[in-house]
Write a protein that binds this ligand. Structure first.
Ligand SMILES: C[S@@+](CC[C@H](N)C(=O)[O-])C[C@H]1O[C@@H](n2cnc3c(N)ncnc32)[C@H](O)[C@@H]1O
Length: 367
């Protein structure tokens, strides 16, 4: 591990590959939505690394640039500013070499900052990223090597603009291993922005404790009125090494997150490990949409617009296709009806209105 931190360029590992897959899927969707709506947006890769691994794969800043240049809707995109920060001069130099190999595009402006640390540079990066307009969409990639260089206060700072989003690497393995060490609370509390992490320590099993830390971090974000998604980066049957946490100001921001996690994990959309996967396979496939089923049943006695239901599904990390699946199931039981439009090509078109009933409303009074 020490060696890995010392060399300019180091070897990739399967966890990095999964992390980059999540980045790629998320960026594909984010770029498709944001860059076709806004004339300009920024991605800040705040812990960019050297842009390459010794065994060949590209590093995150190159992954971002390539996802942009290879995007099928690229011709219709506004401009993307990619701002990179890296602490070490040798890695900054290597990153510049890697960018020099990429094709140039007038729509992609890459700036590699002089070597610097995130804590010191964040205000300057933020000004650069927003380009004088607070409403410029900015996606921050925050992927450090340790817990100390990205405390919660800095993450909050990255979310100051109303279209700022953060994709953050949460070190759940370290949290799990060191949380009971003497004095480690002095690291944990600023990392979480409070001591709500303490509840997770009670979890005994590694997997559940790591999930509890991820949930605690998300709770901290939610208490600031942010929307959040999470994905455990794990290989085969091991528990997560770290989690990727998305923080965004609107539930529309989550619309790109659910499909990513479902694509990478067909079990639960949450980065299931072998043990959670086993537990799920005891039930039929529909069990994964249980939370959504419960949430929709709570609408009994009311009419809801499609947009509301779709946002609600996104907050529960479900896609519209899951929403339609649950509505189908409720409709069969007489608990959900499309009341508008009367005629449509499909059962639950976008823009429709749905009326919900309780099982008691359906019960045959004569029986
Ligand atoms: C986990 S690596 C980044 C890997 C890269 N995001 C990727 O996915 O290919 C973390 C990088 O952040 C750099 N770094 C460490 N502390 C930093 C700080 N406080 N500010 C900026 N960069 C830092 C390290 O030198 C290292 O290259």
């Amino acid at each position: 591990m020490e060696e890995l931190r010392d060399r300019t360029v180091w070897k990739s590992d399967p966890h990095t590959q999964v992390k980059h897959l999540v980045y790629r899927h998320y960026l594909q969707c984010w770029m498709g939505k944001i860059l076709q709506r806004f004339p300009e947006a920024t991605i800040v890769d705040a812990f960019s690394g050297p842009g390459i691994y010794t065994d060949g794969p590209p590093g995150s800043p190159v992954v971002v640039a390539k996802t942009f240049l290879e995007h099928t809707a690229y011709q219709r995109f506004g401009r993307l500013n990619l701002v990179c920060l890296e602490e070490r001069a040798d890695r900054v130099e290597e990153l510049q070499r890697q960018f020099a190999k990429l094709p140039r595009s007038p729509q992609l402006q890459v700036t590699v900052q002089p070597p610097g640390t995130f804590a010191e540079q964040q205000p300057r990066l933020s000004a650069l990223a927003h380009r004088g307009r607070a409403e410029t969409p900015v996606l921050w990639l925050v992927d450090p090597f340790d817990l100390k260089s990205a405390p919660f206060s800095l993450i909050r700072q990255c979310l100051a603009g109303r279209r700022d989003e953060v994709l953050f690497t949460l070190f759940t393995n370290e949290l799990h291993r060191f949380c009971q060490r003497e004095n480690f609370d002095k690291t944990m509390t600023p990392y979480f922005g409070g001591d709500h992490w303490r509840a997770a320590v009670a979890e005994r099993r590694a997997g559940s404790r790591k999930e509890a830390f991820a949930a605690a971090y998300q709770q901290g974000l939610k208490s600031q009125d942010l929307f959040t998604g999470s994905f455990g980066i794990k290989i085969s049957n091991q528990s997560a090494r770290y989690h990727l946490i998305l923080a965004t100001h609107s539930d529309a921001g989550l619309k790109c997150w659910a499909p990513v996690t479902w694509k990478l994990d067909s079990y639960s959309g949450q980065g299931a490990s072998a043990d959670t996967a086993d537990a799920l396979s005891l039930f039929d496939e529909a069990s994964v949409v249980d939370r959504l089923d419960v949430a929709l049943r709570a609408h009994a006695g009311t009419e809801q617009r499609w947009e509301t239901l779709s946002s609600q599904a996104a907050r529960l990390n479900h896609m519209d296709k899951h929403l339609r699946q649950v509505l189908d199931n409720l409709a069969v039981q007489g608990l959900a009806f499309r009341v508008d439009p009367v005629r449509a090509r499909s059962a639950w078109p976008e823009g429709c209105t749905v009326r919900f009933y309780a099982p008691g409303d359906v019960a045959d009074e004569a029986s």
